[in-house]
Write a protein that binds this ligand. Structure first.
Ligand SMILES: NC(=O)c1ccc[n+]([C@@H]2O[C@H](COP(=O)([O-])OP(=O)(O)OC[C@H]3O[C@@H](n4cnc5c(N)ncnc54)[C@H](O)[C@@H]3O)[C@@H](O)[C@H]2O)c1
Length: 448
């Protein structure tokens, strides 16, 4: 049925059918969230594996928060399919949560957004005024630039057959306090009535503020700069983590001292940033700035600092092994954690990968332990350690991901099974004094 003058009321009553295109880290919890909020839900994914798993109630993503909450296949308001065409005819609103990666040359790859839009628009019933909302992270202008030509080419009329809007997802996988039902939302749409209707809809999903912010580009830009800001903030402490050890000062001492001031924002350095957002989204903003001929120097510099952080750490680790007298051809390093962040089984854009590659290029053998990942999630060249209690013969252990399961290993037992009990805390979360007392030689990112 799509947009009707009583849309807002129908949204408030849960009397709408919501389609979700792309059942990944974002789409699946969104679909579950709308189902739990009382809506009729159609979930679509092109991956047969994903659809079959969701239909069986299994979690195809690495986000543990989705375990055990997928509606059962016989739930009457829950429909899962690989066919967008089948879903679209039932839906009043369709949310698009497909990937927005970058290409090998670090340019935005909008093919998923374009293809998903095209398939939806082709399947729309004329006159249905179905609302199609992009949730994927993009740069300002993408929704209109990518979808309007498709709409026009198919001879569809905006405001009659279809409406388009943008509402970015901001949830944090692996963080139950910031799930899809607990984050504030912003809605961008050229038609303020549709905006108000979508505010009513999303207000049923989340307990936090939902706000209509005006045109599409405002909401698109808001999302991308949220991640640009995080990249810049983290880049600053990562840069400081390179400078201060050279001054014989521990960056963590400096940051803790500075954080006593009321307006200092405390971030923690690490081996690098990863995942689908922070290392990707700034390239979207950089591309858009380049398109309009405006320099994005700060954003570009921050990206360079964070992108090269794993290489910097690899250099530091190589020096540590050299000073310990371990020839690189014989050195063995164990990485604790491989996912890009704690408590999530997601290896996308993980800094562990460039870190491992840089070390392997120096003939250092790399093993990794990550109980959140399956052996097939690791690159073939990595030796996967499944039982940390029998790991032995390493020269250096590096904490890459602060999973509880990595922090709580039997440290004194592992120290005894090492060739050289050298530890590098790549996340600044370990009690280094305690571990030193247990026999470890201690190093850490940003520590002299
Ligand atoms: N993962 C996060 O933490 C997060 C948070 C906020 C925003 N985002 C943004 O959300 C978007 C989705 O990210 P994600 O992490 O969920 O990606 P994902 O890769 O986990 O999921 C995307 C899903 O879309 C499916 N898909 C691709 N094309 C399709 C099509 N034409 N029709 C149906 N299904 C299709 C894929 O098979 C996949 O299952 C991205 O733009 C990302 O930047 C991600």
């Amino acid at each position: 049925m799509g947009w009707t003058p009583d849309f807002e009321q129908r949204a408030k009553n849960g009397d709408l059918t919501v389609g979700i295109i792309g059942l990944g880290y974002v789409g699946l919890p969104t679909a579950i969230g709308f189902h739990d909020a009382g809506f009729n839900v159609w979930g679509v994914d092109i991956s047969e594996r994903t659809v079959n798993m969701v239909k069986r109630g299994e979690n195809p993503t690495g986000d543990p928060d989705v375990n055990d909450i997928i509606p059962s296949p016989d739930a009457v308001r829950w429909h899962i399919t690989t066919s967008t065409a089948q879903a679209v005819s039932h839906c009043d609103v369709i949310l698009v949560t497909v990937p927005t990666p970058v290409t090998e040359d670090l340019k935005p790859d909008l093919t998923y957004v374009k293809t998903a839009g095209r398939t939806i628009f082709e399947s729309l019933e004329r006159g249905s005024r179905t609302i199609v909302v992009l949730e994927s992270t993009v740069y300002p202008g993408v929704t209109a630039q990518t979808w309007l030509p498709e709409v026009e080419e198919l001879g569809l009329e905006m405001g009659v057959d279809v409406e388009i809007a943008y509402c970015p997802e901001r949830f944090n996988p692996g963080d139950p306090a910031h799930g899809v039902r607990q984050v504030a939302r912003v809605v961008g749409c050229s038609n303020s009535d549709i905006g108000a209707g979508l505010v009513a809809l999303y207000s049923r999903l989340t307990t936090e503020d939902v706000r209509y912010v005006g045109k599409l580009e405002v909401a698109e830009a808001a999302k991308v700069i949220e991640n640009v800001q995080r990249d810049i903030n983290i880049a600053l402490v990562n840069e400081l983590a390179r400078i201060f050890p050279e001054l014989d000062v521990d960056v963590e001492d400096v940051l803790s001292a500075a954080a006593t001031k009321w307006n200092f924002h405390r971030y923690t350095p690490g081996v690098g940033v990863g995942g689908h957002c922070i290392p990707v989204d700034p390239y979207y903003m950089m591309q858009r700035a380049a398109d309009v001929g405006v320099p994005a120097e700060l954003i570009t510099a921050a990206r360079a600092v964070n992108r090269t952080m794993p290489l910097h750490v690899a250099g530091v680790l190589n020096d540590i092994l050299y000073e310990a007298g371990v020839p690189s051809g014989e050195a063995k390093i164990l990485l604790l954690g491989w996912s890009y962040k704690a408590e999530v089984g997601d290896p996308r854009e993980t800094p562990a990968e460039p870190l491992a590659s840089a070390l392997q290029s120096k003939n250092i053998a790399i093993s990794a332990f990550d109980p959140h990942l399956r052996p097939e999630d690791f690159p073939a060249e990595i030796e996967v350690v499944e039982d940390i209690d029998s790991a032995e013969g390493y020269d250096l252990v590096v904490l890459v991901t602060a999973h509880q399961a990595c922090l709580e290993i039997d440290w004194s037992g592992l120290a005894k099974r090492m060739n050289n009990p050298i530890l590098y805390d790549g996340r600044r979360v370990l009690d280094l004094t305690k571990l030193e007392n247990e026999g470890w030689q201690i190093h850490a990112v940003g520590r002299p």
